[in-house]
Design a protein around this ligand. Structure first.
Ligand code: CTP
Ligand code: MG
Length: 196
């Protein structure tokens, strides 16, 4: 059981890397034109707010994609985690394969993460929460929900074959811890305005 849990942690972190990185990179490189164009809705509040920008979105997608591509190339050179073999992103099941299915899976993880984050910003604004205000649980899970949903739509076979139930549960447990940890680092570095 111990080895199974360690394996699930390693596989979970590895597979979700293209979903974990985009939001940090959006925070590091974001700014400029907001995606909602500064528009407000009938409730008088912004559609998404100034915290969701085009630059953040594209920086996040690009770096999430580059991370996934780099992971595949590492797998080609036999990369593994202390003897635990790590999965790739191709529906073919060949871990080092960089084919269309792998590109789609990686992009779905990255784009899904950013869309999930945007969807919850939309919800926060409708609830009257200003940009940057904490929305507990949602702030920690919004990007994960988006990443899983989009990847389940585009790459269900790969997802089901790669993420076991145990790995799925481990991802759900460690994601808020990781999210909080990286946000604290971002906050101390002055990249993020709030530690959530
Ligand atoms: N960011 C961005 N574009 C995105 C997502 C994030 O530019 N698509 C940047 C913004 O500078 C944002 C920071 O990353 O302030 C942190 O993201 P997040 O915590 O999601 O935004 P908040 O400012 O807290 O806004 P919200 O209340 O809408 O979550
Ligand atoms: Mg926030």
């Amino acid at each position: 059981m111990f080895l199974e849990i360690i394996t699930a942690i390693a596989v979970g972190l590895w597979v979700m890397l293209p979903a974990y990185l985009p939001n940090s990179f959006a925070a590091a490189f974001g700014g400029g034109k907001p995606i909602d164009g500064g528009k407000t809705m009938k409730d008088g509040r912004r559609i998404l707010g100034d915290g969701k920008t085009w630059r953040g979105f594209f920086a996040g997608v690009l770096l999430g994609f580059l991370a996934g591509a780099a992971q595949i190339f590492l797998l080609r050179y036999g990369f593994h985690f202390f003897g635990i073999s790590l999965p790739g992103f191709s529906a073919s099941g060949v871990s080092g394969a960089f084919d269309l299915s792998a590109v789609i899976a990686i992009l779905s993880l990255a784009v899904g993460a950013l869309l999930g984050d945007m969807a919850f910003s939309f919800l926060k604004r409708r609830l009257g929460l200003q940009r940057g205000r904490a929305f507990p649980v949602a702030d920690q899970y919004d990007f994960l929900i988006g990443a899983f949903l989009l990847t389940a739509i585009t790459s269900f076979g790969w997802l089901a074959a790669t993420v076991s139930w145990l790995t799925f549960i481990i991802i759900i447990i460690i994601t808020p811890v990781l999210h909080f940890g990286t946000n604290c680092v971002g906050y101390w570095l002055g990249i993020k305005n709030e530690p959530w």
